[in-house]
Design a protein. Sequence first.
Length: 288
Amino acid sequence: MKVVKTTVKHIRRSPYQSTAAVVIMMLTFLSITVFAFIVFGSSSVLNFFESKPQVTAFFKNTATQQNIDSLKKQLDQTGMIASTKYISKEQALQIYKAQNKNDPLLLDLVTADILPASLEISTVKIEDLGPVSQILQKSPYVSEVVYQKDIIATLARWTNAVRIIGVILIIVLTMVSIFIMVAVIGFKVSQKRDEIEIMKLLSATNWYIRWPFVFEGIIYGAIGAIIGWVIATAGLLYFSPYLESFLRGIPLFPVSPLFLAGLLVGELVLAVLLGVLASSLAVLRYLK
């Protein structure tokens, strides 16, 4: 209890320095939260496209059901297939009608005989798209092969680039936060240098002297983490309707409350560690 009172007294005596420490921690954790949202969102979008049929093989009219089953068996034996879905001519017509229901002229011109049967295939890995596509192209019963390798590869590159940039940004902001925290707390420690020397002469332990400053660093970190998380989460909730409209068809929203709560807990743990580290470094040289 005495430690808390001493810490509060330290903060009240230098409000501007304390505010600066909280603001820099808030910016750090705001960036961490936004980065976590971006990584979560981009990974979800990538997983969504990866789970969709990635290779579509259109069959010739001469292909029989036995030929199609034989090709499916050949693909399954490769171990690269996650799932397959056969679309008959009749089903293709129903899909075509649903897509063009507002254009009666197009509906009158197309019958089931015109549309080809197809096989939609999902692979286990993105790297398996090429080999599976080659197998389909070599089949005498397949007229055309369409797959979205370029789209998924581009998304994967963007996701990796976002992760790398985000990690670098967070590392830089974390280092800046630590340096500013060390400077703020170190300045406060230097103002109490005489008081610390008297306490040491009275046989006070290093931890007894250190605890108020360590607790102060923890408070700066925790408050900054909470404010940064609140701002980022409020922004996400505010813009979620626009993002949901933009990402129509991709089940990204609503974001799970468990994810948000887990992110906050993780950031608080990190904030405590940063506060302890910065304050310990600031106090260390005065306790030698």
